[in-house]
Design a protein around this ligand. Structure first.
Ligand code: SF4
Ligand code: SF4
Length: 206
């Protein structure tokens, strides 16, 4: 069976994301789709945004039981659920509990290979954008992590976290002061419709 899939690409700089209508009725038919296989990892760029916009969410993330806290990143570990896993933020009704801008990079950018929008020639500008954005985020996160390491500040130090986040925001201002040109090469929003053959259950590629 073929189906029209509606995508909306949003250029929000470091908080850019892709919306896909098929996710609401994911062909995996397990109420989790790709979210049943992933553990979100929050990096410095995410924490700076959350610190400035949703500080209460940082407290929630750091207060969870099943997290791995490293010097400048936190993984919210998935838990075993049947024959796959379960992301802490996923709910059967409504999907992800987080708003798009609150999610980490993979959760904002990932679209499953079954949809494969990257192979559409008309969307090549978005493919270039998200590839460059992914590299830019890594570069920024690595630079901020290095600055924090030199200042001997770590997320592992629970008592020093207020200072950590204040310094993190300052480090972000230093390394991300001049957004690269590629961020201006796509519009703020663009919709697209692509047609794909749909398979169901585990036949649908993740
Ligand atoms: S597997 Fe594909 S369709 Fe299903 S939720 Fe993930 S991105 Fe959406
Ligand atoms: S954080 Fe949200 S989008 Fe990311 S894996 Fe979990 S439920 Fe899915």
């Amino acid at each position: 069976m073929n189906k029209d899939i509606h995508l909306v690409f949003h250029n929000r700089g470091l908080r850019s994301y892709i919306e896909v209508d098929l996710c609401a009725e994911c062909p995996r038919q397990d109420n989790k789709g790709c979210c049943g296989h992933y553990s979100p990892m929050f990096y410095p760029g995410d924490f700076v945004y959350l610190f400035q916009q949703r500080p209460e969410l940082i407290d929630k993330i750091l207060g969870l039981d099943n997290v791995t806290i490293l010097d400048s990143s936190v993984t919210v570990n998935k838990t075993i659920d049947g024959d796959s896993y379960h992301c802490h933020f996923h709910r059967t009704e409504g999907g992800c509990l987080l708003e798009q801008d609150e999610r980490e990079s993979i959760c904002r950018h990932f679209v499953c290979p079954g949809i494969d929008w990257e192979s559409e020639p008309a969307l090549v500008h978005w493919k270039i954008f998200f590839n460059k954005l992914f590299e830019y985020e890594i570069e920024i996160n690595n630079s901020i992590a290095e600055i924090m390491r030199q200042k001997q500040l770590s997320l592992r130090d629970a008592a020093g976290r207020q200072e950590f986040f204040a310094q993190l925001a300052q480090a972000f201002e230093e390394v991300a002061a001049n957004p690269p040109d590629f961020m201006q090469k796509v519009p703020p929003d663009e919709s697209a419709v692509i047609n794909r053959s749909i398979s169901y259950g585990k036949d649908w590629p993740l």
